[in-house]
Ligand binder design. Structure first.
Ligand code: SF4
Length: 655
C-alpha cells in the first residue's frame, strides 16, 4: 500500500489524445519526496535540454505535494512546472486553493501533459473517469468565467478548475493559470498551457488517502493548529506589520500600506514617493478596501484566511491576496480603487499580477522617452488609468504593440531596440521582479536574488529576520522561543547584526553567515515545494509552525519512511541540486546570476564576487555555479554527472 501519495500519475498525450494511468516508482518518492522534487526528476529524464518552451516535447506538469490532501493544515499547493518561455529555464510556480488535494482524492499525484492538442480542449478528471473534451465554446472566456461555465456544464459545483484566460490562449509570456482562490503566475506557465491547447483542467475526487501512522499524524496536526492559534495571539514586535504574523502577507486584512508605498518604487520601478502615505490616503483606502472586500477566505484546510473575495460594483467577484493588491495601483501612480478594478480584468485574462503592471508601465516610459511612437499607441486614451486598460487589452490579444509587450520587458526591449533595454532595468534571469530598489546592499538578499531559481522573491526569503532589531532587548526577546533555528549559530548571527557600524550591511552578515542563512531559507522552501506546504506556514514567515525539527516526524508518520533531519536535509539538497543541474544543462551560468544593476544604490563588486564564490563552494558547485562531480555523487545524482560529462559540461572528471 502507498501512504500519503496515491502512487499514480495521469499521463496525457495531447497530440494523440491518449490518456494513461501510470503507477509511479516508490523509490523516487524516497529520493525526492514528491511535488517539485519528483517533477524535476521527470523533467530531467524526459525533457532534452534543447527543448523549446513551445515544443510538443516540453512537458507541463501539475503536481500535488507529498502531503497534500492529508490533514496537515495548509498543505494544499499545486506545483506547476515546465520550461518557461520567459526565462527559457525551468519554471515552477505554486498555487494554493483546493486543486491539488482534489487531484489526490481523484486518485493521482500528478497530471503530466505532453504534445499539443490540435483543437482547444479541457480535461475532465472525475475519479477514475478521465476525458479530453472539446473547449471551443470556451475560447476567449475569462478564467473565472470558464471555471463557472464548466461547473455548470458538468453539473459538478464542487469540482476544482484550473484555467487560463485569453493571455494563456495567446501565449503571453507572463500568462498565469488561475484557480478561483489562487493562481500559478510566474514564468509564463499559462502560455505553455495555452500552447498545448488546454483551456482548463477540471478535477473531482472522492477517494481517501492512506496515512501510515494516523494517530501519530493527527497528533502532529493538532500541535500545529494549536501553535498557529497561539502564534496569532503574539505578533512579533519590531518588524513590519505584514511580517508580524503567519500566512501570506496579510494584505487583505491590513490597511496600513505605508511600508510598501514608501519603500517600493512606483511606475516601472521608477520613483519612490516618500510622502505618499498620509492620514487622508489611509482613510480613503480603508473605505475602498472595506467596501469591496466581501469576505476573507482560506485555501483548503487552513485557518489563516489570507485572501479575500473582492466585489467592485459593476464587475464580477474575484479573489485577491498578497501584494497584487498594490502592483497595478503603484505601476499606474493611481489609487487603490483602480487597482481593485483592473485586477479583476487581469485575473479573467490570466496574467501575472507582478509582471503585467511592470510591462505596462515600461511601455508608457518608452512612449514618454520617444522610443515608442504615436503610431505604436494609436487609439490609446490620454488618462493614466485608461492607458493601462488599453495596454492590458492589447497585450492579451497580442494586437499591435501589445504583441511585442506580451513577451515581457526583457524580450520586448530587445525587439524594440533604440535604447529600450535601459528601461528594462528590473529583470533577474530575464523575468521582471518586484519594483523594490534599496540603498545598501544586503549580502543575504544578494545571494538569494542571484542564485534563486524560483524567480519570485517571496518564495526565497524566509525565517531569518530581514533586518536587525532596533534594540538588544527586542533581539533577545525574539530569540527566547526561536525554536525553528536548525542550529544555535543562527542566534549568534542575529545577535551580532546591527543597523550601523562594523556589524551592519554590506559586510555583515559576513560571508559564512550569509551562506548559512540563505541555505537554511532555501532548504525550507524546497521542503515545502516537495510536500505541497504553503510557504505562509513554513518557509516564509518568522517563527512558523512547520520547521526542520518537526517536518521529519510529519513525513515519517504520513509515509511510513524513516526520515530524520539529516535525511531530510540530504533529500532537499538533492532536489535543489537537480533543479540547478536542469538549468545548467539548459545553459545557465554565473553570468546569469545577478540582481538588477540598480537594485541597490550602493554596490560592492568585489564583495559580491566573493559572496558568490563562497556560496557556490558551500553548495558544492564550481565557480560557474555548476554542481561538481563529487557533490553530485554524494547526492545520488551520479547520472547527472555522467550526462554533464557526455555534454562536455564537466571535462576529464573535473568541472
Ligand atoms: S496560510 Fe494563507 S495562503 Fe497559505 S494555505 Fe493558509 S490561507 Fe492559503
Amino acid at each position: 500500500m502507498r501512504y500519503a501519495e496515491t502512487g499514480y500519475n495521469l499521463e496525457i498525450d495531447l497530440s494523440r489524445g491518449n490518456i494513461e494511468r501510470v503507477e509511479t516508482d516508490p523509490r523516487l518518492t524516497e529520493l525526492h519526496l514528491g511535488g517539485l522534487g519528483t517533477s524535476t526528476r521527470i523533467l530531467w529524464d524526459r525533457v532534452a535540454p534543447e527543448t523549446e518552451p513551445f515544443s510538443p516535447e516540453n512537458l507541463l506538469i501539475f503536481s500535488s505535494g507529498l502531503l497534500c490532501g492529508t490533514p496537515a493544515p495548509g498543505c494544499n499547493r499545486t506545483i506547476v512546472s515546465t520550461i518557461s518561455p520567459q526565462t527559457q529555464l525551468m519554471a515552477y510556480s505554486m498555487m494554493g486553493g483546493f486543486w491539488a488535494p482534489e487531484l489526490k482524492y481523484a486518485g493521482y499525484d500528478k497530471v503530466i501533459l505532453r504534445g499539443k492538442s490540435p483543437n482547444l480542449v479541457y480535461l475532465w478528471i472525475n475519479n477514475d473517469k478521465v476525458e479530453i473534451r472539446d473547449a471551443s465554446h470556451l475560447r476567449g472566456k475569462g478564467s473565472n468565467e470558464t471555471a463557472e461555465l464548466l461547473r455548470q456544464e458538468l453539473k459538478e459545483p464542487n469540482a476544482q478548475v484550473a484555467a487560463i484566460g485569453l493571455a494563456g490562449e495567446n501565449r503571453v509570456y507572463f500568462a498565469s493559470i488561475e484557480q478561483g482562490r489562487s493562481s500559478a503566475s510566474r514564468g509564463g506557465i499559462g502560455a505553455v498551457m495555452g500552447d498545448k491547447g488546454v483551456k482548463a483542467i477540471v478535477v473531482r475526487g472522492t477517494k481517501d488517502i492512506n496515512i501510515a501512522r494516523p494517530v501519530e499524524y493527527m497528533g502532529l496536526c493538532s500541535d500545529v493548529l494549536r501553535y498557529i492559534h497561539d502564534r496569532e495571539q503574539k505578533p512579533i514586535p519590531g518588524v513590519m506589520p505584514i511580517l508580524a504574523g503567519l500566512g501570506s502577507p496579510q494584505e487583505m486584512r491590513l490597511i496600513d500600506e505605508e511600508w510598501h508605498t514608501t519603500n517600493f518604487m512606483w511606475g516601472n520601478s521608477r520613483t519612490r514617493r516618500k510622502d505618499f502615505w498620509t492620514k487622508e490616503i489611509e482613510e480613503k483606502w480603508r473605505e475602498t478596501q472595506e467596501s469591496t472586500r466581501t469576505r476573507l477566505i482560506s485555501c483548503y484546510n487552513c485557518p489563516m484566511k489570507c485572501a479575500a473575495t473582492i466585489s467592485v460594483p459593476g464587475i464580477s467577484t474575484y479573489m485577491m491576496k498578497c501584494f497584487s493588491k498594490l502592483t497595478y495601483t503603484m505601476a499606474a501612480y493611481s489609487d487603490l480603487d483602480f487597482g481593485f478594478r483592473i485586477a479583476q480584468r487581469a485575473t479573467e485574462y490570466g496574467v501575472d499580477g507582478f509582471s503585467a503592471p511592470q510591462v505596462m508601465a515600461f511601455a508608457l516610459e518608452l512612449r514618454e522617452a520617444g522610443i515608442l511612437k504615436d503610431q505604436d499607441m494609436q487609439g490609446m486614451p490620454t488618462d493614466s488609468e485608461g492607458k493601462f486598460y488599453w495596454l492590458l487589452d492589447r497585450i492579451v490579444r497580442r494586437e499591435g504593440i501589445g504583441d511585442v509587450l506580451a513577451n515581457g520587458t526583457y524580450w520586448a526591449a530587445k525587439q524594440i531596440g533604440n535604447g529600450a533595454e535601459e528601461f528594462a532595468h528590473n529583470n533577474i534571469k530575464k523575468q521582471e521582479q518586484l519594483p523594490l530598489k534599496l540603498g545598501m546592499l544586503n549580502p543575504v538578499y544578494f545571494l538569494m536574488y542571484s542564485t534563486g531559481e524560483k524567480i519570485n522573491i517571496t518564495q526565497i526569503e524566509g525565517q531569518f529576520p530581514q533586518a536587525p532589531f532596533l534594540t538588544k532587548e527586542e533581539t533577545e526577546e525574539f530569540m527566547k522561543d526561536w525554536i525553528q533555528v536548525p542550529d544555535e549559530k543562527f542566534k549568534d548571527y542575529l545577535r551580532k547584526w546591527e543597523m550601523r557600524g562594523e556589524f551592519s550591511n554590506p559586510n555583515y552578515p559576513d560571508i559564512q553567515a550569509s551562506c548559512d542563512i540563505v541555505d537554511w531559507q532555501e532548504m525550507m522552501h524546497y521542503i515545502d515545494d516537495a510536500l505541497g506546504m504553503c510557504a505562509g506556514l513554513s518557509s516564509f514567515p518568522l517563527k512558523p509552525p512547520y520547521h526542520i525539527h518537526n517536518y521529519p516526524d510529519f513525513i515519517s508518520s504520513a509515509t511510513g519512511f524513516n526520515v530524520d533531519e539529516a535525511g531530510l536535509t540530504k533529500i532537499t539538497k538533492r532536489n535543489r541540486t537537480l533543479v540547478r543541474a536542469f538549468n545548467v544543462r539548459r545553459g545557465m551560468r554565473r553570468a546569469d546570476e545577478k540582481p538588477p544593476e540598480d537594485h541597490w544604490k550602493k554596490r560592492f563588486p568585489e564583495l559580491e564576487a566573493k559572496l558568490l564564490d563562497a556560496y557556490y563552494k558551500f553548495k558544492g558547485w564550481d565557480d560557474q555555479g555548476i554542481p561538481t562531480k563529487e557533490s553530485l555523487k554524494e547526492l545520488d545524482l551520479a547520472y547527472v554527472a555522467e550526462d554533464f560529462e557526455k555534454r562536455g559540461i564537466i571535462q576529464n572528471g573535473k568541472n
